[in-house]
Design a protein around this ligand. Structure first.
Ligand code: KIV
Length: 283
């Protein structure tokens, strides 16, 4: 059994300039495959509300729902460090609720840390969770839970002041005890500078190549999400197309009676069959 990755391992990777890999995951069989491939960080993202449950935003994700997905993923990961994404309104209302919900993730789902969106405004919650002994990853730039307030799903930090705000938020999260910061949809050069200024790893999703690590949504990476493919996603497989082909063939096999064949059926011993046929005839 491989050793579980730890925060000191991630810090060492960052110090050695070795990029950290991160991907989202929502179920046990996929978690096993991802873990065996050697991905470092596995995020049970609230993106599950969109990628798996078909909602238009991440907002309908709840703690109870996330715990179920996270439990399955944690069971499938022996080596990868598993991150439970704090869903909408699970940490914004009060620090004590944030600590309680982060604690639920650790105790009920056995994740290794939590992630939450927001910078300086969320630092009390981050401090409280970290003081409770739970590692926290911050999330800045495009923060989908506040898409409505920040003007939609678009690149953040394009003006000087907006970029300064992201840097200050990142520094504040580090001071509050976050062990890492995810930067989503931030211009590449801004990410590079923020990465230089921080002592903790940055993870980029659509934030260029200058971070300490890189993340993708699993369904984008394997070609499973047909609603849209973001510009920053790289597709490594066309699993959606392969599933479609398989299902087309399944339907065709049923129609022309190719499936099930004798090799998919079970036999019964002749004395049992005779007894049954004799009985059936009289019914
Ligand atoms: O929920 C999620 O999948 C995320 C990604 C943007 C990394 O937070």
């Amino acid at each position: 059994m491989p050793d579980k990755l730890t925060i000191p391992d991630l810090m060492e990777k960052m110090a050695n300039g070795e990029p950290i890999s991160m991907i989202t995951c929502y179920d046990y069989p996929t978690a096993r495959i991802i873990d065996r491939a050697g991905v470092d960080l596995v995020l049970v993202g609230d993106s599950v509300a969109m990628t798996v449950l078909g909602h238009k935003t991440t907002l309908p994700a709840t703690m109870d729902m996330m715990i179920i997905f996270a439990e399955a993923v944690a069971r499938g990961c022996e080596r990868a460090f598993v991150i439970g994404d704090m869903p909408y309104m699970s940490y914004q209302v009060s620090v004590s609720e944030a600590i309680r919900n982060a604690g639920r993730y650790m105790a009920e789902a056995a994740v290794d840390c939590v992630k939450l969106e927001g910078g300086r405004a969320m630092c009390d919650a981050v401090r409280g969770i970290v003081h409770a002994g739970i590692p926290v990853m911050g999330h800045l730039g495009l923060t989908p839970q506040s898409a409505s307030a920040i003007g939609g799903y678009k690149v953040q930090g394009r003006s000087g002041q907006a970029a300064i705000n992201i840097l200050e938020d990142a520094l504040a999260l580090q001071d509050a005890g976050a062990y890492s910061v995810l930067l989503e949809l931030v211009p590449a050069r801004i990410t590079e500078v923020i990465t230089e200024k921080l002592e903790i790893p940055t993870i980029s999703i659509g934030a260029g190549a200058g971070a300490s690590g890189f993340c993708q949504i699993f369904h984008d990476a394997v070609g499973m999400f047909e609603a849209f493919t973001p510009r920053h996603a790289k597709q490594y497989a066309s699993i959606g197309a392969q599933i479609r082909e398989a299902m087309d063939q399944f339907v065709a096999d049923i129609k022309d009676r190719t499936y099930p064949g004798p090799e998919h059926s079970f036999k019964v011993a002749s004395d049992a069959l005779n007894e049954f046929l004799e009985y059936a005839e009289k019914r």
